[in-house]
Design a protein around this ligand. Structure first.
Ligand code: AMP
Ligand code: MG
Length: 488
């Protein structure tokens, strides 16, 4: 691998260099060969031979420079003060095969100075959820952390019950969270200049071309965040814990806990069991992204040339960027040209889904069979299910809508429309029931289901032979939700 450990060259107040605390008897959970290839890990015989020991914290290659990072954050809208890597270590930074810097971060690997009341561990259940979520989003084409693999162990970890300890080697283009800057502002404000230079030079070098690099950088973070959240809304993803310590400065996200993929369409859906007020409900995500950035940006007023007004200019494009990306995406999902009539149809369609609690993923995909009834057998089944779930009254709405939708499609070629629909509407997302099934088997030592779900999600836009009925099956309407809450 081509190591480029630059974080460790920054001021030592920003991190604590330390070794992982090994897990007992680590064993392979899953290994992502594609990520290994991207990193250059696959070409290194020593890393390949010892990957289980490395992920289990039992062996640290000489080129690694493990450290825990300090950061802070706003959690559920409240200033939470210092947080930091309480159970994870940045192990190494490497240039991948696109010459892009990637962080290797081992999560669940013992106590650090930032552990607070925690035990420094992660349980198998949450490790598998994070592993599959990063993979699912990445393969859907949405910016996200991903992972090289995970291991399971004999270390026992106490949560509500005793559980199996595990560790995940997370891979992300950066582990710098919005909360890093919040930490600096509170605990080491003299570092802001140097740290901002580091963020720009490392992650946004193109901003150096601007006359005002800092403002160009901040605007770029705003725009990337807006686009990522638009992607989430389009695919039906709800992060669940959009605290400032979980959003990265590259317009990506870290830490998947109580996330969910929308099943029966309810914009007010709260997937995080601990989110009593619904702050992070699916429909609130765009506004919360704005809230986070608005809380974050004023810290940069300490820098020369940055004022309240110039920061307002940086934040201003957020809404328009989000709306444009979201609306274009909706039109692409329907195979329609991006124009007013298409958007009217799109919003009517979403209302139909909401009023009838239809499955978000399946319903969009079913439209392929409406456009080309003979070519899409899986989608034909989805369409039959959809129409069977409609009341007589809703059927009339559907008939009227589908007639107008097909008329609007006349303005584009059928092939173009179908291509766009196939490329923007997945067949498979990570439903909670799928993750749960894989977890239950893994807790018994069986990893075949993790493998199968992983393979399925590697190609989410294609119907696959390895799929089972459960993969496309939403819960019954109004079924009680599986309780999934914060850090575990
Ligand atoms: P998360 O919910 O994973 O985003 O974590 C929020 C904060 O709590 C971060 O600072 C974590 O490092 C810390 N944390 C979560 N779980 C643990 C744990 N078991 N031990 C130590 N720190 C933890
Ligand atoms: Mg976090």
């Amino acid at each position: 691998m081509r190591y480029q450990n630059t974080y460790v060259t920054l001021d030592t107040r920003l991190y604590h260099e330390q070794q992982p605390t090994p897990l007992d008897n680590p064993r392979a959970g899953h290994f992502n060969t594609e990520v290994a290839k991207q990193l250059g890990w696959l070409d290194d015989d020593e890393l390949m031979a010892r990957w289980v020991k490395i992920l289990g914290g039992q062996y640290v290659p000489a080129e690694f420079r493990p450290l825990s990072m300090a950061y802070a954050g706003h959690q559920f809208g409240q200033w939470a003060g210092q947080l930091g890597d309480g159970r994870g270590l940045l192990m190494a930074q490497v240039l991948d095969n696109n010459d892009k810097l990637q962080d290797l971060h081992l999560k669940g690997i013992g106590l650090t100075p930032y552990s607070r009341m925690g035990d420094g561990r992660a349980v198998l259940r949450s490790t598998i959820r994070e592993y599959l979520c990063g993979h699912a989003l990445t393969q859907l084409g949405i910016p996200s952390s991903n992972a090289l693999g995970f291991v399971v162990s004999d270390t026992r970890v106490r949560r509500e019950r005793m559980e199996t300890g595990a560790a995940l080697m997370r891979v992300a283009d950066s582990h710098i969270r919005l909360g890093h800057v919040e930490w600096i502002a509170s605990f080491a404000p003299d570092l802001l200049n140097e740290f901002t230079d580091y963020m720009i030079d490392t992650y946004y070098p193109e901003c150096r071309q601007s006359e005002t690099p800092v403002l160009a950088f901040l605007t770029a973070v705003v725009e990337r965040t807006a686009r990522m959240i638009a992607d989430w809304q389009l695919i039906g993803f709800a992060h669940g814990v959009m605290n400032t310590d979980n959003l990265s400065i590259t317009g990506s996200t870290l830490d998947f806990g109580p996330f969910g993929f929308m099943e029966r369409f309810d914009p007010a859906w709260i997937n995080n069991h601990s989110d009593h007020t619904g702050r992070y409900a699916y429909q609130n995500q765009p506004a919360i992204g704005h809230w986070n950035l608005n809380t974050w940006l004023p810290h940069f007023m300490r820098l020369e040339g940055v004022t309240r007004d110039t920061l307002a200019d940086c934040l201003a494009p957020y809404e328009a960027t989000f709306m444009q990306h979201y609306q274009q995406g909706l039109c692409r999902k329907l195979g329609l040209p991006h124009e007013k009539e298409s958007l009217t149809l799109a919003f009517e369609w979403l209302t139909l889904l909401e009023d009838n609690l239809l499955d978000y993923t399946n319903s969009f995909r079913a439209l392929l069979a409406l456009v080309a009834p003979d070519d899409y057998s899986h989608e034909q089944q989805l369409l039959s299910t959809l129409t069977a779930e409609l009341t007589d009254e809703a059927s009339k709405v559907w008939q009227d809508w589908s007639t107008r939708y097909l008329a609007q499609l006349q303005s584009v070629s059928v092939k173009q429309a179908l291509d766009s629909m196939r490329e923007n509407n997945p067949v498979y997302v990570l439903r909670n029931s799928m993750a749960q099934r894989a977890i239950t088997a893994a807790e018994q030592g069986q990893f075949e289901e993790v493998n199968r779900v992983f393979e399925l999600l590697a190609n989410p836009y294609n119907v696959q032979d390895i799929a089972i009925e459960l993969d496309s099956k939403p819960p019954t309407p109004h079924a009680p939700q599986m309780p999934i809450s914060c850090s575990s």
